[in-house]
Write a protein that binds this ligand. Structure first.
Ligand code: GDP
Length: 695
């Protein structure tokens, strides 16, 4: 079998938008116009606010799977879900990893919200070409050209209109297409299905000519011959103009901008046209390489290359079970085939191969380069893993996920729900690499950990709505860590020799601080068989155990190096357990003498506030042991950027609301672990000892 759609007609795109800009509505219209859904659903059908919020979320979830496929003008397009909330930067990053181009969506009234900068910056980091759509042109206060200016000022982008609006607000009728130099309006009786081309309204002719000149000049900048032709007074053909725009967009020297009103069914088809005309196909992006062997281990986007792909999302689907979403970078795969997970050194069989649509799952026999598919049967594959062929192994750049920084205890409402809760948590943790489930050894409580309060709130909400499990949660707690600051040598002995068979484990270790973020490192320096080979892992195991609840305050120990350099053994009494104990004892003693330090997660906090509340806002950061890193004017708003310890940020949303009459907003993301000031660290330690958490 061969591919149905040529690779140059494949598009993998995402919509980047601030919450409320209209991503759901626009996605829905896209699926409607492409024939994937046959009815338009509405977000605000006069339902009570809460009802609609729940419904809206559910709608968002059901319509948009991790990647939804549809056809547009002979192109196969996958729309990859990108989260609207900047708190989920990990989700944003992972979708940016697998898409080739993006649509930046803005509200014509709200414009470029300061928080959308984060996502824009990330997309630039990954080199993602973009087009923009200014939505909600029908709303009072809609201003297309102001949004263009904001894109320039706030994002440093080079936005170039592809269209100009005909009318605005209540009178928004359609657009002038600056490539074809035609007016485009939309027949309201057919929900905009009928697109009407006509002459440019007389009062817009002059401005259309100016903006067309701007468009062609900017687009042709990449092509000297074309620019010369144009500046020499010759007109470009539509083909030439489109070719130049495509080249400039993919080179990221410009961002074509369209406008419309998704809600009023105006302009969405032109957005789709622009997406297939100007955003890159998998052929237009650089080939993927091995993370280490960048020069020698390369896969070109070609069906005849050895297969490789990236698992970028795990979802447990009600009907199909555990789905692994894979972006295929090279080669092809068949249903039933075995592939190699090079990250985990495991073979995985493709049980079923699916293409996900809005309303159905299409079973495929084979899938090709550039496609995004969902696979059933990859039980051992996790988010970020590379899958490939065993005889041509490759490791694509791994995705890095920050460690969870907030924990809460969670209990089922009643005993009967206990198993259900366990299973639901296991599935959620499987889907989300930044969410973990653990057990507090002391209290036997289940502890869930994530990226922030909001992250865990959403998990608890999903438990209820998707799994029907009502759970009670404790107060959020900071995920502190422990580390050491000095190098120390220490002996550990576990020797029992009274009656019967004894115990004999004896080791000497050296512990020292490791680079921040480098984790734990174990070095075996034993020579001459002072400890037999088979007991060396036992010592390490004992140390790793001791590190789970650190000697200082019972928090996990990170970033230490431990060298095992000496010890002794006994022919009869030595055992795995005895050496584990010796390792544990040595580590505990050593760590306490090695200048233990408590570490806390520090967040990068961004507050957006009207000027009037600058005083209270900066005060609120200083009060929370925060450091202010910068202040900027963004339109009418001030943006305050700072670093604040997470422990001080609980309940900040409420405090900020009170301080600013609800006019300021904030977002935060994990920045790094930093040492807790020693006085405070002592207090925390005391409390933990009282709670019996330090053993
Ligand atoms: P999302 O949060 O980005 O997914 O935004 P939604 O698509 O849910 O839209 C947020 C709100 O804006 C809803 O009430 C929509 O009905 C409304 N909306 C979306 N697009 C438009 C539009 O083009 N014009 C107007 N007036 N409202 C819109």
């Amino acid at each position: 079998m061969s591919r149905a759609t040529p690779l140059k007609n494949v598009r993998n795109i995402g919509i980047m938008a601030h919450i409320d800009a209209g991503k759901t509505t626009t996605s829905e219209r896209i699926l409607f116009y492409s024939g994937k859904v046959h009815k338009i659903g509405e977000v605000h059908d006069g339902k009570a606010q809460m009802d609609f919020m729940v419904q809206e979320q559910e709608r968002g979830i059901t319509i948009m799977s991790a990647a939804t496929s549809f056809q547009w003008r002979g192109h196969q397009v996958s729309l990859i879900d990108t989260p609207g909330h900047v708190d989920f930067t990990v989700e944003v990053e992972r979708s940016l990893r697998v898409l080739d181009g993006a649509v930046a969506l803005y509200c014509a009234v709200g414009g470029v919200e300061p928080q959308s900068e984060t996502v824009w910056r990330q997309s630039e980091k990954y080199g993602v070409p973009k087009i923009a759509f200014v939505n909600k042109m029908d709303r009072t206060g809609a201003e297309f050209f102001r949004v263009l200016k904001e894109m320039k000022d706030y994002l440093g982008a080079n936005p170039v209109p592809l269209v100009i609006p005909i009318g605005a607000e209540d009178n928004f009728k359609g657009v002038v297409d600056l490539v074809k130099m035609k007016s485009i309006t939309f027949d309201e009786s057919s929900q905009g299905l009928k697109v009407i081309e006509g002459e440019i309204p007389a009062d817009l002719v002059e401005s259309a000519q100016e903006w067309r000149h701007n468009l062609i000049e900017k687009a042709a900048e990449q092509d000297d011959a074309l620019l010369e032709k144009y500046l020499g007074g010759e007109e470009l053909t539509v083909q030439e103009a489109m070719g130049a725009i495509r080249k400039a967009t993919i080179a990221r020297s410009m961002v074509p901008v369209l406008c419309g009103s998704s809600f009023k069914n105006k302009g969405v088809q032109l957005l789709l046209d622009a997406a297939v005309d100007y955003l890159p196909s998998p052929l237009d992006i650089p080939p993927v390489t091995d993370a280490e062997e960048k020069e020698t281990n390369i896969r070109k986007p070609d069906d005849s290359e050895p297969f490789c792909g990236l698992a970028f999302k795990i979802v447990s689907d009600k009907h199909a079970g555990r789905l692994t979403y894979v972006r295929i970078y090279s080669g092809s795969i068949k249903q039933g085939e075995a592939v190699y997970n090079s990250t985990r050194d495991k073979t995985q069989r493709i049980g079923r191969l699916l293409r996900m649509h809005a309303n159905k799952q299409e079973a495929l026999e084979e899938a090709f380069t550039g496609e995004i598919v969902a696979i059933v049967g990859f039980g051992d594959t996790k988010t970020g893993d590379t899958v490939c062929t065993e005889d041509h192994p490759i490791h694509l750049m791994a995705m890095t996920f920050p460690a969870p920084v907030v924990s809460i205890s969670i209990q089922p409402e009643n005993k009967a729900a206990s198993d259900k809760l366990g299973e639901a948590l296991r599935r959620l943790a499987d889907e989300d690499p930044t969410f973990t489930v653990g057990l507090d050894e002391e209290t036997k409580e289940t502890i869930i950990s994530g990226m922030g309060e909001l992250h865990l709130e959403i998990i608890v909400d999903r438990l209820k709505r998707e799994f029907g499990v009502v759970a009670n949660v404790g107060r959020p707690e900071v995920a502190y860590r422990e580390t050491c600051t000095n190098t120390v040598e220490q002996e550990g002995k576990y020797i029992k020799q009274s009656g019967g068979r004894g115990q004999y484990g004896h080791c000497k270790i050296r512990i020292e601080p490791n680079t921040a973020g480098a984790g734990f490192e174990f070095i075996n320096e034993i020579v001459g068989g002072r400890i037999p080979q088979n007991y060396i892992p036992s010592v390490e195991k004992g140390i790793v155990k001791a590190m789970q609840a650190g000697p200082f305050a019972g928090y996990p120990v990170v970033d230490v190096k431990v060298a095992l350099y000496d010890g002794s053994y006994h022919e009869v009494d030595s055992s795995d357990i005895a050496f584990q104990e010796a390792g544990r004892i040595a580590f505990k003693e050593a760590f306490q003498r090695a200048g233990p330090q408590l570490l806390e997660p520090v967040m990068d906090v961004e507050v957006v506030t009207p000027e009037d509340f600058m005083g209270p806002v900066t005060g609120s950061i200083a009060q929370r042991r925060g450091r202010i890193e910068g202040m900027e004017q963004k339109g009418a708003q001030k943006v305050v950027d700072g670093f604040v310890p997470l422990s001080e940020m609980f309940g900040y949303a409420n405090d900020l609301r009170t301080l600013t009459q609800g006019r300021a907003g904030f977002s935060m993301e994990f920045e790094r672990y930093e040492a807790v000031p020693s006085g405070l660290a002592e207090e925390i330690r005391k409390k933990r000892i009282e709670q019996n958490k330090v053993r």
